[in-house]
Design a protein around this ligand. Structure first.
Ligand SMILES: NC(=[NH2+])NCCC[C@H](N)C(=O)O
Ligand SMILES: [Mn+2]
Ligand SMILES: [Mn+2]
Length: 300
């Protein structure tokens, strides 16, 4: 893995309706992300946080069933520019959220550097809604669709190109809550999904082996977008949209170790840590544990 690593915090909470997820980057830093990576001998730069504007009119639904559209689009534009710059400088971007709407900006900044960017979407949700299919108007339920070119042009066209990714280069891991429109999109587009059903049946080892083999063949870079709500809320309670029956910390740890061994990843983000809903910063600490494994921490 690239030893030059840049951390970018994104204190974004406007892609959903619960307060506190904007403090995610602080909680993850407080849990020791920098110490962990420095111990692993990374040449680390913490670029601080992307400035996020506050909504003019508290959490309003703007055009087309999209909450805080303008502010979410602006924040993602800034994030995309920063990510793009880090990759230009041959640095590995590690983005800390913030709600999952920030994947729009991460992918916009990353994808222009690859012909065939792969994405591993580790999440209880598909985040494949648009304004038309969303039950909530929350943009954090839409970033994967936006990156496929589906959604409001203010979001799909960040950095002036769309789509950012191809459906056949996406693998969703851990899904257990999909809205009707998302199921339809999955069926017609050829996105690969390992839901909890497949993970229960096959085990995480086979799921990750297949995922890695599949992406190795067809992509020239892979982004990991890890939503902490992919984990079970009993273990990771500090998330805004918990769904029971999720992945364990152990399974997730294993997935990170296998990704590290595969040497496939070219960027990563950890999102949806909400310290207000957490229990003694447990979820942020788990994120740091997973980041440690992803970047090569070993017991021996
Ligand atoms: N990144 C997330 N936690 N997304 C949750 C999305 C929940 C629901 N599917 C929605 O669109 O509102
Ligand atoms: Mn989720
Ligand atoms: Mn998500």
């Amino acid at each position: 893995m690239n030893k030059d690593l840049s951390i970018i915090g994104v204190p974004m909470d406007l892609g959903q309706s619960r307060r506190g997820v904007d403090m995610g980057p602080s909680a993850i830093r407080y849990a020791g992300v920098e110490e962990t990576l420095e111990d692993l001998k990374y040449n680390l730069r913490d670029l601080g946080d992307v400035p996020i504007s506050r909504p003019d009119n508290k959490r309003e639904i703007q055009e087309g069933n999209l909450r805080n559209l303008k502010q979410v689009a602006d924040g993602n534009q800034k994030l995309a520019e920063m990510v793009d710059k880090e990759i230009n400088n041959n640095r590995f971007p590690l983005v800390l959220g913030g709600d999952h709407s920030i994947a729009i900006g991460s992918l916009a900044g990353i994808s222009r550097h690859y012909e065939n960017l792969g994405v591993i979407w580790y999440d209880a949700h598909g985040d494949l809604n648009s304004g038309e299919t969303s039950p909530s108007g929350n943009i954090h339920g839409m970033p994967l669709a936006v990156s496929l070119g589906i959604g409001h042009e203010k979001l799909t066209n960040i950095l002036g190109y769309s789509p950012k990714i191809k459906p056949e280069n996406i693998v969703i891991v851990g899904a257990r809550s999909l809205d009707p429109g998302e199921k339809e999109l999955i069926q017609e587009s050829g996105i690969k999904v390992y839901s909890m059903h497949e993970i229960d049946r096959m085990g995480m080892t086979s799921v990750m082996t297949e995922t890695i083999d599949y992406l190795k063949e067809r992509t020239d870079g892979v982004h990991l977008s890890l939503d902490l709500d992919g984990l079970d809320p009993e273990e990771a309670p500090g998330v805004g949209t918990p769904v029971i029956g999720g992945l364990s910390y152990r399974e997730s740890h294993l997935a990170m170790e296998m990704l590290e061994e595969s040497n496939l990843l070219t960027s990563a983000e950890f999102v949806e840590v909400n310290p207000i809903l957490d229990d003694k910063n447990k979820t942020a600490t788990m994120a740091v544990g997973l980041i440690g494994s992803l970047f090569g921490e070993k017991l021996k």
